[in-house]
Design a protein around this ligand. Structure first.
Ligand code: HEM
Ligand code: HEM
Length: 184
């Protein structure tokens, strides 16, 4: 008998996705609050410390996630999607991995290294500098991290809208297949 096509992500894939999504979205919000409400909320760089401590954990989680993902393919996308839409979904996921989950934390690490500022991963241990401190590169590093973070905000916003469209307009199982099923 042919095997039924699975539409559900495995539990490991779901925990990796939602764990990293939560850390990512909290880091993004902390970055914005730390920079744009500096006087009101971040007078002693408390939020900057939290932002770096939380966001830097993504550098470790992504290694586990990519290693696991390379051995475990995701479920098939629904049949109603055209070949072009399926390709679009794949490119979107590759961009999320490459830019939001790899390049963005790397750019923050680069900026702090250039600025000679410490990064205490999860508040537990120091991340070694990626490059030697260099005041001449400070503005460039800041520009790269800031712009990448805003582009990624748009990318994740688009990802969220597509997930909502799948559920409420296409009425398929794409979002349901990523939701954690909590059993009592
Ligand atoms: C090793 C990881 C990271 C380090 C060391 C880092 C470092 C920093 C620093 C020093 C700032 C400036 C904060 C301030 O001026 O008070 C900042 C801003 C910011 N970061 Fe990160 N970051 C990292 C990862 C991330 C990640 C993963 C995200 C997204 C989830 C992110 C999003 C932002 C945003 C949105 C801002 C504010 C940009 C603006 O000025 O509008 N960062 N980051
Ligand atoms: C509330 C926010 C989010 C929702 C509702 C959501 C929903 C989903 C859903 C339904 C999928 C299944 C596949 C598909 O879209 O076709 C998925 C996959 C994915 N999501 Fe999210 N997501 C959210 C936040 C995030 C964030 C913040 C990131 C990373 C920055 C992220 C990264 C990914 C990646 C890389 C995949 C592909 C997984 C794979 O097949 O390897 N997601 N997401």
């Amino acid at each position: 008998m042919p095997k039924a096509k699975t539409t559900e992500y495995s539990n490991t894939a779901k925990w990796l996705h939602w764990g990293m999504a939560l850390v990512w979205m909290s880091s993004w919000a902390l970055g914005i609050l730390a920079t744009h409400w500096r006087d009101e909320l971040n007078p002693h760089h408390e939020l900057t410390f939290l932002h770096k401590a939380l966001a830097s954990t993504l550098l470790f989680m992504i290694v586990v996630r990519v290693a696991w993902r390379l051995k475990n393919p995701p479920p098939a996308l629904p049949d109603h999607m055209s070949g072009l839409m399926k390709q679009g979904a794949m490119i979107g996921h590759i961009l999320l991995y490459a830019i939001a989950l790899i390049a963005l934390p790397l750019s923050g690490w680069y900026w702090s290294s250039v600025a000679d500022k410490p990064i205490l991963v999860a508040g537990l241990f120091l991340l070694p500098p990626l490059v030697a401190p260099d005041p001449d590169l400070y503005d460039l590093a800041k520009y790269i991290h800031t712009w990448t973070s805003w582009c990624c905000g748009a990318l994740v916003g688009g990802h969220l809208l597509v997930a909502i469209k799948h559920h409420f307009i296409d009425k398929d199982d794409v979002l349901a297949g990523m939701l954690l099923k909590i059993r009592r």
